[in-house]
Ligand binder design. Structure first.
Ligand SMILES: Nc1nc2c(c(=O)[nH]1)N[C@H]1C(S)=C(S)[C@@H](COP(=O)(O)OP(=O)(O)OC[C@H]3O[C@@H](n4cnc5c(=O)[nH]c(N)nc54)[C@H](O)[C@@H]3O)O[C@H]1N2
Ligand SMILES: Nc1nc2c(c(=O)[nH]1)N[C@H]1C(S)=C(S)[C@@H](COP(=O)(O)OP(=O)(O)OC[C@H]3O[C@@H](n4cnc5c(=O)[nH]c(N)nc54)[C@H](O)[C@@H]3O)O[C@H]1N2
Ligand code: SF4
Ligand SMILES: [Mo]
Length: 733
């Protein structure tokens, strides 16, 4: 959530400092026994609460240590996100601690970049190397010429160090390669985004619409738990996906849409809601802006018009629109999360926002709630130096609605040297080779650098290109910054060390602090260690660090989360209303009401490459984890059964995928199935590792990222639509 939203939020919910102080006596809800008392631990067993980091959901966990060794991790019953249960990846997280392929010591490159030949060095040597080069870059080009790529809460202290050093160029793939278009589309419409964890009231929804979001494979814990509760309570489910996902298997309506045509379906749905007068007229009248122009803008998009685009028959479009209207406002059209698909993604997300607005679901039970948070002041650091040059990623505001930094924009600037050169990359916990489309461009950018330093836990592909590799302690071995969560109910969560790091790994806060020292930026790290830092923040907020260490979670008082409960219906848009018509978009030269553009067809003999998640893996980060690999050791490529038969392929055969630019994948097993349309194929992201040091993960399955040589950039906000690549099969002997 952006700061303006946060301030507004504090105002409207009355969460002043006083209210926060009053809330702290309710740190554990009455009647809830303490988690650690419940977890009856046998003697010799220690139970330590922390939160998970196998993905970014941050579930509260209880880690068990037996005879000094990490034994198991379970959900912390006190935690509103996990509710006492972890997903399989969370449970398997201990595999990261025991991974024999872990980085064990700082490494310095001893031959040319990418050769993966190293010498082990001390932490001082490694950090001196980085600091010297950072100082040289600063002297020659200015501090902005060092960029930080980072993903997740573990990057907080390095982010702080890089800001202190003077660079504003800090980017995460979670914007331009993930949820950016969604957040922009929703903010343009409601003035706020949906956040993470998403403010979706799945538990109370009576009708759920999933457009691609494959909940159940996409294993964000709370959402999956709420989803199964809603289904058990009889919610009606509509799933739109070219592939019969796990969720689609439970749907009342499954719409096997032609990939890339969701905008046509969304427009037709809204058209039906208007024509049949099924939308929430009162809600729209009270909160809408520009409704007349919007209605005029979508008048031609009938179900008959949408049919040849989407392949969804008009009656199905009508019936599903009526189904949504039947349950409104408790109808949730899920906004999705990884929405960088076709390059028109912010507008598609805006159409999803508008559909929700017609159903009156924003701010209503069963739709989108207003999340709450506790007030924990930031640590009072000296102000950061002002950057004269500004950010490098989005010159001349080319993408006017990009409100976070673009990873791919930094990459572009690194290659072109414009608007100014970028000469150093610090990379923390993001495997840019797998996370960014067009690997060749990434490698081209790397060749321009005077410094590439990577902090990772395993010898990932991006670490393989580094000049210096820094081995981090895994999340079960370290403290991180506090998680002051925005959720249905406010809470603070602590990540704390459960076991020691097995070798010479160090936590990010230690690395950031030490590097800042070597850069002469010690004043920005006035605390002696992270415990002092955490203690300070909690003291200022009036909470007890000891209590948090014991429980892992401190919960605040529940507050109103719906308009009906007293949340004021205010919208931080220019008009102060829900913008059915967007003047901001019109002024910037974009469609003020979403419009449809037909996606390109695959060349003959080619299939659109789609990809997604498996419940037991996270991105490219878990294929070295023996416990998780035991459950899914390689990915396969889903091929429509008729297509497979025509091509002489059967399930279990190995093929290579060749994309439109001639790039050939690693070998991958065919899964011939009726569960996917004949015009596309599907694979799980994250496999097909190539790094030498990943002795176990290497060559298992194929990498989707390698095949994504093309991407379509979203003109509103710079997101990279990646579902625009096509592949064909090469048979394996
Ligand atoms: N287990 C697990 N869970 C995760 C993660 C993980 O790594 N592992 N990562 C988390 C993160 S950060 C994210 S962003 C989310 C991502 O998960 P989601 O937000 O659910 O998004 P995608 O991965 O894009 O969704 C892929 C689905 O979209 C379908 N699809 C592809 N093209 C189209 C199309 O044109 N139209 C429609 N309607 N559907 C299409 C695919 O068939 C597939 O079912 O998952 C989160 N949850
Ligand atoms: N082709 C393709 N590209 C995608 C996606 C896709 O589905 N397909 N999904 C997109 C989405 S939705 C997202 S959110 C991004 C995700 O992108 P990333 O967050 O970059 O995901 P990973 O590829 O898993 O890279 C994470 C890296 O962090 C390392 N790591 C893990 N734990 C730690 C730790 O505790 N400390 C440190 N220092 N390092 C650690 C891992 O070893 C790995 O090298 O990718 C995006 N890009
Ligand atoms: S959803 Fe799973 S992997 Fe993600 S934080 Fe929660 S338990 Fe960990
Ligand atoms: Mo993501």
């Amino acid at each position: 959530m952006n700061p303006i939203t946060r301030r507004r939020f504090l105002k409207i919910t009355g969460t002043s400092l006083g209210a926060a102080a009053a809330a702290k006596t309710l740190s554990v809800l009455p009647g809830t026994a303490h988690a650690l008392e419940k977890a009856a631990a046998p003697s010799g067993v220690q139970v330590i609460p922390t939160f998970c980091d196998v993905c970014f959901w941050k579930c509260g966990a209880l880690a068990y240590v037996r005879d000094g060794k990490l034994w198991k991790v379970e959900g912390n019953p006190e935690d509103p996100l996990s509710r006492g249960r972890l997903c399989p990846r969370g449970t398997g997280g201990i595999g990261a601690h025991y991974d024999p392929d872990r980085l064990t010591s700082p490494l310095l490159r001893r031959s040319s970049r990418g050769k993966e030949e190293w010498v082990e060095v001390t932490w001082d040597e490694a950090l001196d190397y980085i600091a010297e080069r950072m100082q040289a870059i600063k002297a020659k080009y200015g501090p902005e010429s060092v960029a930080l790529f980072t993903h997740g809460i573990g990057g907080n202290f390095l982010r702080h160090a890089v800001r202190a050093y003077g660079s504003p160029n800090i980017a995460a793939p979670s914007f331009a390669q993930c949820r950016g278009p969604r957040d922009v589309g929703f903010r343009l419409t409601f003035g706020e985004d949906v956040g993470s964890p998403e403010r979706t009231d799945i538990a109370n929804a009576r009708c759920i619409v999933l457009i691609g979001s494959h909940l159940g494979e996409n294993m964000h814990n709370t959402q999956v738990q709420e989803f199964s509760e809603a289904m058990a309570a009889g919610a009606s489910l509509i799933v739109v996906d070219p592939r019969l996902s796990v969720a689609a298997g439970k749907a009342k309506w499954y719409l096997p849409i032609k990939p890339g045509t969701d905008m046509a379906l969304l427009l037709a749905w809204m058209n039906v809601l208007l024509r049949e007068n099924l939308y929430d007229r009162e809600y729209v009248a009270a909160h809408g802006f520009g409704f007349e122009q919007f209605a005029a803008g979508i008048v031609d998009f009938t179900p008959e018009w949408a049919y040849p685009e989407t392949g969804i028959p008009p009656e199905v479009i009508r019936e599903t629109a009526r189904e949504m209207a039947r349950y409104r406002p408790a109808t949730l059209v899920h906004p999705g999360r990884h929405v960088t698909w076709y390059g028109d993604d912010a507008q598609r997300s805006r159409a999803i926002a508008l559909l929700n607005a017609l159903l009156g679901s924003w701010g209503r039970k069963g739709g989108f709630y207003y999340p709450q948070s506790m007030d924990v002041p930031a640590y009072p650091y000296p102000p950061y130096p002002k950057s004269e040059k500004g950010k490098v990623d989005n010159p001349n505001n080319k993408y006017p609605f990009a409100d976070e930094t673009l990873t791919t924009g930094i990459r572009e600037a690194t290659i072109s040297g414009k608007p100014y050169p970028v000469k150093g990359w610090l990379v923390y916990a993001t495997n840019l080779i797998h996370a960014l489309p067009n690997e060749a461009e990434t490698i081209c950018a790397l060749q321009e650098l005077d410094l590439l330093a990577v902090v990772d836990v395993i010898p990932s592909e991006i670490a393989g290109w580094a000049d210096v590799v820094l081995p981090e302690s895994i999340y079960l071995e370290r403290y991180d910054d506090l998680n002051v969560e925005w959720f249905r109910q406010p809470f603070i969560a602590l990540r704390q060390p459960v076991v020691n790091s097995p070798h010479n790994q160090k936590p990010n806060w230690w690395i950031a602090r030490k590097l800042a020292d070597k850069l002469g930026l010690g004043e920005y790290f006035p605390w002696k260690d992270i415990e002092e830092y955490l203690q300070y923040r909690l003291d200022k907020a009036g909470y007890s660090f000891d209590e948090l260490k014991r429980k892992g979670i401190i919960r605040g008082e529940k507050q109103p989360i719906y308009f009906d409960e007293g949340v004021p219906a205010e919208f931080a848009t220019p008009s102060g209303k829900i913008e059915f018509y967007s003047l901001q978009l019109a002024q910037a030269g974009f469609d003020p009401v979403p419009q449809y553009a037909r996606p390109a067809e695959p060349p003959p003999g080619y299939f659109r490459l789609l990809y997604g998640r498996a419940p037991v893996h996270s991105f490219s980060r878990t294929q070295s984890n023996r416990l998780l690999m035991d459950m899914l050791p390689e990915n396969d490529v889903w091929v429509n059964a008729d297509v497979a038969a025509r091509r002489g392929l059967k399930s279990g055969d190995y093929v290579r995928l060749k994309n439109q630019d001639g790039v050939l994948s690693n070998r991958i097993r065919v899964k011939a199935t009726q569960r996917i349309r004949p015009d596309c194929v599907y694979m799980v992201h994250g496999f097909g590792h190539t790094a030498k040091g990943l002795r176990f993960a290497r060559d298992k399955g194929a990498s989707d990222a390698q095949l994504l040589t093309r991407y379509q950039t979203d003109p509103l906000m710079g997101g990279t639509g990646m579902n625009v690549n096509f592949v064909t099969f090469e048979l394996e002997a």
